[in-house]
Design a protein around this ligand. Structure first.
Ligand SMILES: Nc1ncnc2c1ncn2[C@@H]1O[C@H](COP(=O)(O)OP(=O)(O)OP(=O)(O)O)[C@@H](O)[C@H]1O
Ligand SMILES: [Mg+2]
Length: 252
C-alpha cells in the first residue's frame, strides 16, 4: 500500500461528509501519528472554517486544510508527496472535484443516512463509481450509514439501508455512526469527538469505521502502517507537521 488519498464524498447534502472528514483527520493525526492534509472542495468552506477555528487553539493537533475546486487530480497527486494521507471532503453534487478525486483515491467513504432520499442517490453513485473504477481499479469504495437512530425498534432501518447498498454491489461498512449531539457540539469549536470525549461512544465509532475501511484491527496497527509507509518513502519518522507554507509549496 503506497501513499493514501481518502475521499469522503457523495452527492447527498447533509449526510455527514464534513463531519466524518474532520473526525477522521483528527483520529489519523492524533492517534495514528499521520501527517494529514484535509482538502475542502466545498465552496461553503465547512471543513476549512473548522480547521481555521481549530488552528486558533494551539493545544490541539494541527490539521492542515486547503481548498481546491474542479480538476484537482494533479493537485492531489502533488500533495500526497508531502503528507501521509490526503482526506478530501467533497461537497453536495456530482462535481468535477468529486470525479477527479475518485480517479486517484485509494479509499472512498460515502456517507448516507438511513433515509429514503439518501438511499435514492445510491444508483447514481453506483454509476459514478463504476465509471471511475475503470480508470482507478484499485479504489476501495464503501458506503457508511450515518446519523442512525439509536432506538432499538429503529434497528431495522439501519439494516434495510445496508441492504439497499448491497443490492447495488457496493460494499457497506459494518460500522455506523449513531445520531449523537457530540458530533454537532464538537465541530462548533474546531474539535473532534475524540477531543470532546475520547472515551465516548462517538469516538469509538470513528475509530472503528476508519479501522474497518483500512482493514486493520486496531489503532496501533494503523499507526504502524503509517510509520512503515514513511520509512519506505525515506521520510523517517518526522513529527506531525505542516505549515501553510508547506501546503502552498506542495500545490505549486
Ligand atoms: N452522527 C451524527 N450525529 C449527529 N449529528 C451529526 C452526525 N453526523 C453529522 N451530524 C451533523 O449533521 C449536520 C450535517 O453534517 P455535515 O456538515 O457533516 O454534512 P455534509 O454531508 O458535509 O453536508 P454538505 O452536503 O452540506 O456538505 C452537521 O450539523 C453535523 O454536525
Ligand atoms: Mg460538507
Amino acid at each position: 500500500m503506497g501513499i493514501m488519498i481518502l475521499l469522503i464524498g457523495g452527492e447527498k447534502g447533509g449526510s455527514g461528509k464534513s463531519c466524518l472528514a474532520q473526525n477522521t483527520a483528527v483520529y489519523l493525526a492524533k492517534e495514528c501519528g499521520a501527517s494529514v492534509m484535509l482538502v475542502d472542495c466545498d465552496p461553503q468552506r465547512t471543513s476549512a472554517d473548522w480547521a481555521q477555528t481549530r488552528g486558533n487553539n494551539s493545544k490541539l493537533t494541527k490539521i492542515n486544510c486547503v481548498q481546491m475546486y474542479g480538476k484537482i487530480r494533479n493537485d492531489l497527486l502533488s500533495l500526497q508527496k508531502a503528507y501521509d494521507i490526503i482526506i478530501v471532503d467533497c461537497g453536495g453534487q456530482d462535481s468535477l472535484a468529486l470525479r477527479a478525486t475518485l480517479s486517484v483515491a485509494n479509499y472512498a467513504m460515502l456517507p448516507l443516512r438511513p433515509k429514503r432520499r439518501d438511499l435514492k442517490t445510491v444508483s447514481h453513485m453506483d454509476e459514478l463509481l463504476a465509471t471511475c473504477q475503470m480508470i482507478n481499479p484499485d479504489l476501495k469504495a464503501h458506503f457508511v450509514i450515518t446519523q442512525c437512530p439509536s432506538l432499538p425498534n429503529q434497528a431495522k432501518r439501519i439494516w434495510e439501508a445496508k441492504e439497499v447498498c448491497k443490492t447495488w454491489g457496493i460494499p457497506v461498512l459494518e460500522g455506523v455512526t449513531y445520531h449523537r449531539n457530540v458530533y454537532d457540539d464538537s465541530e462548533e469549536s474546531g474539535l473532534s469527538v475524540i477531543e470532546q470525549d475520547s472515551e465516548g461512544k462517538a469516538s469509538d465509532e470513528i475509530r472503528s469505521l476508519v479501522n474497518e475501511l483500512m482493514e486493520v484491527s486496531n489503532t496501533e496497527e494503523l499507526a504502524t502502517r503509517f510509520r512503515e509507509q514513511r520509512e519506505q518513502l525515506g521520510r523517517g519518522t518526522y513529527a506531525i507537521s505542516g505549515s501553510k507554507e508547506k501546503a502552498a509549496y506542495a500545490i505549486a
